[in-house]
Design a protein around this ligand. Structure first.
Ligand SMILES: Nc1nc2c(ncn2[C@@H]2O[C@H](COP(=O)(O)OP(=O)(O)OP(=O)(O)O)[C@@H](O)[C@H]2O)c(=O)[nH]1
Ligand SMILES: [Mg+2]
Length: 326
């Protein structure tokens, strides 16, 4: 089977009304831009009629395929499923709710052809209430600062990747918000941004409430830790542990000298408690770091070491050529 220009992965959760218009738009845009495509509508345990609509769509136009997860596994799992079977040269992700505009796909493809690994949409003029825009600005600011990836809109559903990139990001939990961070960690750091049209929600309801910010923040901490320290936990815990232990030890020493040499009572001094607390916290951090290191070593030992190395190779392969000498 020939590989299409683009694979479009669309996570679907209770979006039955939006789907017919969505697929019509996608087919129209790709046809006029002369892009061959395959699209996967990934139904994630919807309880409305989404799956029946997807089956109908597939019968009418087999370029649209459908996948159905047994229950609601979440947007990241749905995207990961789509990534797994995508065969296109480029992979586009697009929300199913008609808020992202498929008309952007051709210009996103052009950007990738300039040499980027991934291009993320930026809903500069958002059609959302202020109560959503303000927390989202803050969230993006924190993410930008912590990850040093200069994007304005990490959570934009509309993104495009070179196929190799999605094959290497390990998506789980709710990490779909941080695919650019995961991609950068895997070495794909040519990341660009493009302003995209955003439309107000036409049908259905939003799937993420206010708790998205709390979860998003916790996920940011995990991503920050994992991308920097997963392979060397001792550097993280060891640094904190050493700092806490050194602080606690100095305080306790100081207070002991005060007692031994100056005869001051120390039993009711808050500094004594603080010193002991810091020593304990320091030791605990240290042992957590050691256990982390053991887990890492164990994990490196188990799979064949060549598999680990292979998973870090890029898809560009240059085989060494052998020349006859003399
Ligand atoms: N597969 C899957 N898709 C989901 C899930 N939750 C949301 N989606 C899809 O993800 C896309 C974005 O969800 P929305 O609820 O529109 O989120 P949003 O665009 O950030 O929020 P609104 O602007 O309020 O619509 C839509 O295509 C949803 O169908 C889920 O649990 N599983
Ligand atoms: Mg939406």
């Amino acid at each position: 089977m020939i590989e299409p220009d683009v694979s479009i992965v669309i996570p679907v959760f209770e979006e039955e009304e939006s789907l017919p218009e969505l697929v019509e738009n996608i087919a129209g845009v790709c046809t006029s831009a002369e892009l061959s495509f395959e699209a996967f509508l990934v139904d994630d345990g919807s309880s409305d009629g989404s799956w029946d609509v997807i089956k109908e769509i597939h019968e009418k136009d087999p370029r649209f395929g459908g996948l159905r997860l047994r229950r609601n596994y979440g947007k990241s799992a749905a995207l990961a499923m789509g990534f797994k079977i995508a065969r296109g040269k480029y992979v586009v992700t697009l929300d199913a709710d008609l808020q992202d505009d498929p008309a952007e796909i051709p210009s996103l493809v052009e950007l990738l052809e300039e040499g980027y690994d991934l291009v993320s949409g930026w809903k500069k003029k958002r059609k959302d209430p202020l109560s959503k825009i303000i927390p989202s600005r803050f969230f993006n600011f924190v993410t930008r600062t912590m990850t040093r990836i200069p994007l304005h809109d990490f959570n934009c559903g509309l993104k495009i990747y070179r196929a190799e990139v999605v094959r290497h990001v390990h998506l789980y939990g709710e990490l779909h918000r941080y695919i650019p961070v995961l991609a950068k960690w895997e070495g794909y750091d040519r990341i660009a941004e493009k302003e995209v049209q955003h439309h107000a929600r036409k049908f259905g309801r939003t799937k993420f409430g206010f708790e998205r910010y709390l979860r998003g923040f916790l996920d940011l901490l995990s991503v920050f830790f994992l991308t920097r320290f997963a392979a060397r936990p001792m550097h993280f815990f060891g640094t904190l542990g050493t700092a806490a232990f050194a602080g606690g030890f100095s305080l306790s020493l100081w207070i002991a000298i005060d007692k031994l040499f100056y005869g001051n009572p120390i039993g009711d001094r808050p500094l004594l408690l603080l010193g002991v607390l810091l020593i304990l916290v320091g030791v605990q951090m240290f042992t957590t770091g050691l256990i982390g290191e053991m887990i890492v070593v164990d994990r490196m030992k188990r799979p064949n070491v060549f598999d680990v190395i292979e998973s870090c190779l890029s898809d560009e392969v240059h085989v060494a050529e052998t020349h006859d000498i003399g």
